[in-house]
Write a protein that binds this ligand. Structure first.
Ligand code: SAM
Ligand code: SF4
Length: 470
């Protein structure tokens, strides 16, 4: 797929959509746009060297003067993407699970439409099918998730606190997050990082007091926060003096979990942790560079249950060389464990991934079968889907879905995916979000991504944060 160096954001979206029709297809898109008084014109040429396809499509739209410039732009984008989807769907005789929808959270999109009075809640599935060619199964999934998000409270004073620990024991081959290998970072740097977190947090405490914010949930994510030593963890937890009902710490890699660390988490009010198997196939774990054994996962899980934590487990569908049968077996083990939360991710293929790994990929057909199977299996066993998000380059354009059983939803996950509440992000790579519910406006601010830069710029970061929440 060709991307011009000066491609506009719209063109990149069109190319992303075309890419979903087959990573290896040589589809080229040329796009031109023009405006002639009140008529907008779009032209695109689709070329596919494999099938010899070369067609030019031209569309004209009458400008609706009652719409704002932003609304015009978004309408034009939607129409153009729908045209491209319909063209490729017809020419390549192929449909996509999410139709012409790319790069957005489908649940957020429909919630916005419901709140603006554009669609009724009971017609969500139908609207997704008709307006964006979403498959019936995915459209129903979205409708189902909306029903399970009843804990959303749109209140500008109710906020979530996120602390980022971008440090890991080793690097997994599919990972695209900025996270430092602990051995490369060194303990001295970790201590310096904790000093800076303390500084930022003390400024944040002042902001919270000044704005009369109420902290609803806290989340320490990463990376792998549980890679910190017990005393470093205690130092961090001592700083977080807010009293909340939901306090999560990611302990994704079971090889970092010890009984001592779990006791410290419990002592400081942590209620939920993640222990992420990704797969229960030992050969796959080795292949993806996740140096952890399935036995370690099982031991860590049973310790966590004994201590009374709510546990989430992440899985990935489409890991290199896995067959449907491998995934099915992992899902059977997962169900035996019966964690409170399960998140099923679809492998997202990052540009930096090496070629050898790309050649080992699961077919689109198999990954779709895995994702469909997980939904069916989990639904039949008492789990309900409650949040969903999509990333770029996920196999077949598929999604990530969070499931809960009983009452164990993670409020932080819903708040951050649906962008209904302000989040104060602390630490390297953390994003802060200020949500203005009445104006339906969101502002975002990013801290420096690497620990080194973050530590060097801590005073500047604090100043900017104070201005951001003024
Ligand atoms: C923010 S990551 C951090 C969790 C933790 N560091 C771990 O790996 O266990 C959350 C989850 O995203 C998923 N994930 C990470 N990279 C992925 C990729 N390239 N494709 C699909 N899922 C991915 C994994 O399931 C992971 O547990
Ligand atoms: S443990 Fe998680 S954050 Fe760390 S490298 Fe692996 S996937 Fe990335």
């Amino acid at each position: 797929m060709k991307i011009k160096t000066n491609a506009t954001a719209l063109e990149i979206e069109l190319i992303d959509l075309a890419n979903l029709f087959g990573q290896h297809d040589e589809i080229e898109i040329e796009h031109e746009e023009s405006k002639n008084s009140t008529i907008l014109q779009d032209k695109f040429v689709v070329k596919n060297n494999n099938s010899g396809l070369e067609k030019t499509y031209q569309y004209s739209y009458q400008l609706d003067e009652s719409l704002s410039e932003l609304e015009q732009k978004s309408l034009r984008k939607k129409m153009l993407k729908n045209h491209l989807y319909q063209t490729l769907n017809k020419e390549l005789k192929m449909s996509l699970p999410w139709g012409s929808l790319t790069g957005i959270r489908p649940t957020k999109l429909v919630r916005d439409m419901i709140e603006k009075g554009q669609i009724k809640e009971y017609l969500v599935a139908e609207a997704l099918e008709k307006m964006f060619f979403v498959s019936t199964a995915k459209a129903k999934l979205v409708a189902n998730i909306l029903k399970n998000q009843k804990c959303i409270i749109r209140n500008d004073n109710l906020i979530d606190l996120y602390i980022n620990i971008p440090i890991c024991p080793t690097r997994c081959i599919y990972c695209s997050f900025i996270s430092h290998k602990i051995s490369a970072l060194g303990q001295e740097k970790v201590e310096e990082y904790l000093d800076c977190l303390e500084k930022e947090l003390s400024a944040v405490k002042q902001i919270i007091a000044d704005k009369a914010y109420i902290v609803r949930t806290m989340y320490i994510g990463g990376g792998t926060p549980s890679v910190l030593t017990t005393s470093q963890l205690e130092r961090l937890l001592k700083m977080l003096t807010f009293s909340v009902d939901e306090f999560t710490v990611e302990c994704g890699r079971a090889d970092t979990i010890t009984e001592e660390k779990l006791d410290i988490l419990k002592k400081y009010g942590v209620t939920r942790i993640s222990i992420n198997p990704q797969t229960f196939c030992q050969a796959t774990l080795k292949r993806i560079g996740r140096q952890v054994s399935t036995t370690q996962v099982l031991q860590a899980y049973s310790m966590a249950l004994e201590k009374g934590f709510v546990v989430n487990m992440d899985m990935i569908a489409g890991l290199p060389q896995e067959k449907f049968a491998t995934f099915k077996k992992s899902m059977a083990t997962l169900l035996e464990l019966y964690p409170h939360n399960i998140t099923i991710h679809t492998l997202s293929l990052k540009r930096a991934a090496d070629l050898k790994w790309q050649q080992e990929l699961v077919s689109d057909k198999d990954v779709e079968k895995m994702v469909d199977y997980s939904y069916k299996l989990l639904s039949e066993n008492g789990y309900k889907p409650y949040y969903l998000y999509r990333q770029k380059n996920q196999l077949k354009g598929l999604e990530n879905v969070g499931y809960f059983r009983d009452e164990h939803v993670c409020i932080f996950n819903i708040d951050s995916m649906e962008e209904t509440n302000t989040v104060i992000g602390i630490g390297a790579g953390a994003m802060s979000k200020r949500v203005f519910n009445i104006e339906r406006r969101i502002e975002r601010q990013h801290n420096n991504k690497f620990i080194e830069d973050y530590c060097q710029n801590i005073d500047k970061i604090i100043d900017e944060k104070k201005k951001f929440y003024k």
